[in-house]
Write a protein that binds this ligand. Structure first.
Ligand code: NAD
Length: 514
């Protein structure tokens, strides 16, 4: 399949004529002044677009326009803002297939996963529309006579969203649609590995906001993390930085924003484990583990990277899992039947090879895979074998997130041991247990059970729904995006006290007679 032809076909469908500019602020900047950066498809390792990224001057312009847009946008009622997000959701529905293809071409996701990414944006749009009529604060009983106390949530202003390559568009919508109904204006810095997706999404979204007279509420500024990301992180005009990416970059961003007392939402790396007990429904757990470990070629933040299997069923489970791995097709993700596409780039392949080598040195035994794959017709693509490695104990390499389809297998004897192994890594994003035993399940969900932000029973660590607050603990950063009451992160909380009486009683019984 000719990727360039396919890319041209979908970009025509998306009506994307302005392909070069990586800057949108109230309109596409004709000549951004940053570097020209190529977007490479991991499917065949070839360039698919050359994008002119932003400079400090372009960034300044975008912030100024965002501040202006915010001052108008914030005057609307939340349901009026929700109505605009509804229109964006409708437009995304119409373009789901083409946008999904761009995601697949640029990040190597399978066709269904590429479309799934856009479906997630549509779901978030629906969620945000409903939420726009539900933004609520608590009312508290006042100890003072004739007083009323309540909380209200006000917009923050201009906020920054920095996204990772692996969910190149949905993570933006998790943040931006929710922030927009709260009343914020959003500047997006996408991953430099997924700029074409960002430009394609922005072209659709901004058509709607422009038609509805709010062209500046969503801006896009492409560029490197080091340059544009740092400008955003250190800018006091940007009230919140929602950062999705690795622990390493997240730590830098967190420190920079904290220094200026800005707010952050940190969605960082995961190192997710599934416990499989002897009481598990084995066929179901095999399916859950295989999906968790192999979907998106192991490049999900929620990818299952560790399985902790009870001794009694370990040999059977691992044997059957190897059988599943043997049947999985690695290849061009645009082809039917392929479940595992490429890694994002050459560096990811190197990291994969290095991790396999380290695991062996640390006592691991490769049970399946472990090698780089060179496909005959896609020689320059970045493919690796799904890999299963038995580990005698928790070792340094198993405490790290290698963004590749490597699954480490551990044995355990008691559930307490399994939970200890499970919680022994620095990250705390997603977790799961496969069991039909109520006591085991409840132990896993108790305060001394899983220490992660997401805990699943009889389902995979990957594949979260948008309705729940999404995020993790420990080195994963503690942030929450998307569902539940995560919208409060995009607002400032204000506690209001109203005295409607004729006296001014003081709290805690304090007397101050003047
Ligand atoms: P990355 O950290 O390399 O880059 C993420 C983004 O940060 C990019 O836009 C990059 O340009 C920017 N960036 C890098 N350094 C920066 C700096 N100093 N200041 C500001 N911005 C900077 O991550 P990646 O390889 O694109 O994505 C994979 C990582 O993201 C994995 O660790 C994965 O687990 C994580 N992730 C987490 C979640 C979650 O919700 N917890 C979701 C998706 C991905």
């Amino acid at each position: 399949m000719d990727l360039i032809k396919l890319r041209k076909y979908v970009l025509d469908d998306l009506d994307l004529k302005q392909l070069n500019s990586g800057i949108y602020s109230e309109g596409w900047t004709k000549k951004p002044s940053g570097k020209v950066v190529e977007s490479i498809s991991p499917i065949d390792g070839r360039p698919i677009a050359s994008i002119i990224t932003g400079s400090r001057e372009d960034y300044e312009e975008a912030v100024k326009k965002s501040e202006k847009a915010f001052s108008q946008w914030t005057k609307l009622t939340p349901p009026q803002r929700g109505d605009l997000i509804r229109l964006i959701g409708n437009e995304l529905r119409l373009k789901k297939k083409s946008l999904g293809r761009i995601v697949s071409i640029e990040t190597g996701k399978t066709t269904v996963e590429g479309e799934g990414e856009i479906q997630e944006m549509i779901d978030i749009a629906d969620f945000a529309v409903g939420l726009s009529r539900q933004l609520h604060g608590l009312q508290m009983a006042s100890e003072r006579k004739d007083h009323r106390m309540y909380e209200q949530y006000q917009p923050l202003g201009v906020i920054g969203v920095i996204t990772s390559f692996n969910f190149p568009s949905s993570v933006w919508s998790w943040n931006s649609f929710i922030a927009a109904i709260v009343g914020d204006a959003v500047i997006w810095k996408p991953s430099s590995k997924a700029m074409l997706t960002a430009i394609s999404v922005m072209n659709i979204v901004t058509k709607v906001v422009k038609e509805n007279r709010y062209p500046g509420i969503f801006s896009l500024i492409t560029g490197s993390g080091r340059e544009i990301g740092t400008l955003m992180s250190s800018d006091t005009r940007v009230k919140l930085i929602s950062f999705t990416g690795s622990v390493k970059s997240g730590r830098t961003v967190s420190e920079t924003v904290a220094r200026r007392f800005g707010k952050t939402i940190l969605e960082l790396g995961g190192n997710n484990g599934s416990i499989v007990t002897s009481k598990a429904n084995i066929p179901l757990s095999l399916k859950g583990v295989a999906f968790g470990a192999l979907a998106t070629a192991g490049q999900r933040c929620t990818t299952t990277r560790r399985i902790i299997v009870e001794d009694k069923v370990y040999d059977e489970f691992v044997h059957r899992l190897k059988g599943i791995y043997a049947g999985v097709k690695v290849g061009n993700p645009l082809e039917r039947g392929v479940l595992v596409g490429p890694l994002i780039d050459e560096e990811a392949v190197k990291n994969f090879t290095a991790a396999v080598g380290r695991a062996k040195k640390e006592g691991g035994k490769v049970l399946f895979g472990g090698k780089v794959v060179k496909l005959k017709d896609l020689k320059d693509g970045f493919y690796v074998e799904p890999t299963l490695i038995e580990m005698p104990k928790v070792t340094p390499v198993t405490c790290e997130e290698t963004f590749a389809p490597i699954l480490y297998a551990f044995r355990y004897k008691t559930l307490e041991d399994a939970i200890e192994i499970h919680n022994s890594v620095p990250q705390g994003l997603s977790s799961s247990i496969f069991t039909t035993d109520l006591t085991e399940e409840e132990k896993f969900l108790s305060a001394t059970g899983s220490d992660c932000g997401l805990a699943n029973v009889n389902t995979a660590t990957a594949g979260a729904e948008i309705g729940g607050a999404f995020g993790g603990e420990k080195d994963t950063g503690g942030g929450r995006e998307s569902g539940s009451d995560a919208w409060k992160n995009y607002a400032r909380r204000q506690t209001v006290t109203i005295n409607w009486g004729t006296d001014i009683p003081l709290s805690q019984g304090v007397k101050f007679d003047v």
